[in-house]
Write a protein of this length. Structure first.
Length: 179
């Protein structure tokens, strides 16, 4: 006996289309929140003294960092939907033992968690005006470590996606070869 569908095929297609749009939505929200509003296109220089960095976070860009990082957290949630949708597609492509597809989903989820943690640390650095300047600098330094150490996780996600995609030998592959 075949299980009943909870959603129709048409609704499922709409979910898949939304999932596909989540990647450019994540990118747009990152540009708007992280680069634009939070002013991280030109962040506090790494060689600033603790007091100067604290001024950057607590006075010069405080509201921008708080709002921009809030938007980036929303972007990470959108990213998680895209990762899940991509994972579903990869599971169908990989077949009965979808270890690589599962690895892609876990790696993508880890990237989402890192984004949320980094954004939270930057928000914490700018939250209390009375924070000690060394605390502000330590929070900022900890947040910058996230993107620096996340590249292996992102590489695993991209590698597993590429391997599954390139091994898809069906007449009508899910992703075109040129992609």
């Amino acid at each position: 006996m075949e299980p009943r569908l909870v959603t129709s095929n048409r609704l499922s297609l709409k979910h898949q289309q939304f999932g596909a749009w989540c990647a450019p939505i994540f990118t747009a929200l990152t540009v708007i929140g992280f680069l634009g509003i939070a002013h991280f296109y030109l962040p506090a220089h790494g060689d600033l003294k603790p007091g100067e960095e604290a001024r950057w976070f607590l006075h010069d860009h405080r509201s921008g960092v708080e709002l921009g990082m809030s938007i980036w957290i929303v972007a990470a949630c959108v990213l998680s939907y895209w990762v899940a949708q991509l994972g579903v597609m990869l599971v169908k492509m990989e077949g009965n033992a979808p270890a690589m597809a599962i690895t892609q989903v876990v790696s993508g989820g880890a990237i989402g968690v890192i984004v949320i943690m980094d954004a939270s640390l930057w928000m914490s650095a700018s939250y209390r005006v009375g924070n000690d300047r060394h605390v502000v600098q330590a929070l900022s330094d900890a947040a910058w470590l996230g993107p620096l150490i996340a590249w292996p996780i992102l590489s695993v996600q991209m590698f597993t996606t590429a391997v599954i995609t390139l091994r898809d030998r069906r007449a009508a592959p899910t992703f075109p070869r040129w992609l």
